[in-house]
Structure formats: C-alpha cells, structure tokens
Design a protein around this ligand. Structure first.
Ligand code: SAM
Length: 280
C-alpha cells in the first residue's frame, strides 16, 4: 500500500484512512503509549480536566458526543471525571467513529468498566462477537458506540449535544470545514466544541529533534512493534499537513463558533494543542 497522501484524490483519501485505522485498531492503544512515550495520556487527562465535564448542582446530566472516538480513550476519561469529580452518574457519552474496528476495540474495553452496566448480561458473560453487534445505543448504559462519518453525523440530531470532543481525529477528515459545520449543527446553543490534535511546534531547536523523531523513529517503531510501517508513515504525514494553531482557530470561527482569546492552548511546546469554540 502507498500512503504518500499528497497526490491522492479526495474520494480515495477516505478509503485509505479507513484501511489505516482498520490495520492499526488492535495495536492502537499500545502504539500510542510507545510513540508518545506515554505523553498522550497526560494530554488527554489535561484535556478532560480543562473541559471539566459533569452535571452542575441543580443542572441536568450532559449529553456528550465524542467524535472519531476510536477505542474510547476520551470517553472513558470523561465518564470517570463526571463520576469522580461531580458525583454525576448519569452523564452519557456517545462515541462515534467512521471505523467499526476502532469502535469494536472501544466496545470491548467498555465491557470491563462499570459504564456498560446496562448492556445485556448475556453479552457481558460471554464476552463474544462484539464485531457482530450493531453499534446502537443500549438502554441504561452510559456509553454507546455508533459508526458515523464526522463530516455528516447523520444520526445525531440538531441542537442535541452539550459537549463535542474530537481528539487526534480531525486531521484525518477529508473535509474539515464540513466536520466543523456538523459540530456546530449538533451542539445546543451554548454547547462547547473541543479539539485535541497534533499541532505545530513553536520552538525551532526542539522542532528539529521532533521532526527527526517523527520521520525516522515512528515509522520504524510501527514496523517493529505493529509490523505496519505504512500506517505509521501516514500518521506522521497527516500531522505535517494539518494547519497551524492560528489557521485552525480561524477555521473554527468560520464555522460559526466563538473563541475566547486566541482560541487555543499549546501542549508540550505545540506538539499538540487544544482548541475550544462555543456555539453562541
Ligand atoms: N479519539 C481517539 C483517541 O484519542 O485515542 C482515537 C483517535 S484515532 C488517532 C483517529 C480516529 O479518527 C480513528 O479511529 C479513525 O477511524 C477516525 N476517523 C478518521 N476519519 C474519520 C471521519 N471522517 N469520521 C469519523 N471518524 C474518523
């Protein structure tokens, strides 16, 4: 397979992205730890603490949509936060992703957490055939999984969500402005769009080291650990192509969101950044 994406027509990109994530689904969680030296966990923890999800005194439980949620890293953290910090055991997360293999891994993980209590006991006991389940909302469970293209979010109603999160997903979308418009559509007025994504390093000496690591070490690790050099090569290239902090903040405003200050926060010298927008 060839993942030199620069010359790939738009319509093929979606298929290629699908292949990448199907091929990395099983090794995805471990590879994240290896490639980022575990730092992605700190970023994700910070992302969730910054958003501080959960029911406020006298308020309603939240409906949270985690887009490109993959294996559920952000979703589980948000439910933990709501439970532990806000004593909120009702807020729900809908995890959507274009790739059923990634969601399948998330679903498997959810069966060993307390959040899947509402799932049918038979399934919990047998721990089987997650792949054959359709990803629909299971009554009583606080986490559910649904295959959706982020550009359309066909099954998510207008003005229905309190919080929209997307972590390390948006750079893979073929049409980012369309995804931002859909985010705006599904959020309630006052709802929050929050994105955690790789970004541009703002310190040139460190950037040189980072570029070397990205281009030389990561594909090699992909080859050695996951026997899949091409997919990890693609991941690096997709980071390179993604717009810088300011440009992306402007795209968020162009989709109708309001931002406060610059609209973003850099993490680890800009290796990653958090962008936040509010639907007026
Ligand atoms: N959010 C998870 C995390 O932080 O661990 C998963 C991130 S993973 C790097 C990127 C995910 O984006 C993959 O699961 C992939 O299937 C998904 N994805 C790519 N294109 C998509 C699209 N157009 N709509 C929805 N999900 C998409």
């Amino acid at each position: 397979t060839h993942f030199g994406f620069k010359d790939v027509p738009e319509e093929e990109k979606e298929i290629l992205v699908g292949e990448v994530f199907s091929s990395v689904a099983k090794s995805y969680d471990i590879m994240n730890d290896v490639m980022s030296l575990g730092i992605h966990r700190l970023w994700k923890d910070h992302f969730v603490s910054k958003l501080d999800p959960g029911r406020r005194p006298g308020g309603e439980p939240l409906s949270i949509l985690d887009v490109a949620g993959g294996t559920g890293d952000i979703a589980f953290r948000m439910l933990d936060w709501a439970s532990d910090v806000h004593n909120d055991h009702q807020t729900k997360v809908l995890v959507t992703d274009i790739n059923p293999d990634m969601l399948g891994e998330g679903k498997k993980r959810s069966l060993s957490t307390k959040y899947a209590d509402g799932m049918c006991t038979e399934l919990r006991l047998q721990r089987i055939r997650y792949d054959e389940l359709t990803y629909h909302n299971i009554e009583g469970s606080r986490i559910s999984f649904l295959v959706q293209n982020a550009e359309f979010l066909d099954s998510v109603p207008d003005n229905s969500q309190d919080l929209y999160t997307v972590a390390f997903g948006i750079r893979n979308f073929t049409n980012i402005p369309a995804a931002l418009k859909s985010a705006h559509r599904v959020l309630k007025p006052g709802g929050v769009f929050a994105c955690l994504e790789f970004s541009k390093v703002n310190f040139s000496l460190f950037d040189m080291v980072y570029q070397q690591y990205s281009f030389n070490v990561i594909p090699l690790m992909g080859q050695l650990i996951a026997a899949d050099r091409d997919s990890y090569q693609y991941l690096i290239e997709s980071i390179q192509r993604f717009p810088d902090q300011e440009t992306f903040a402007q795209m968020i405003r162009d989709a109708g969101f309001e931002t406060s200050g610059p609209g973003y926060e850099n993490l680890t010298m800009g290796i990653a950044a958090i962008h936040i927008g509010v639907k007026a």
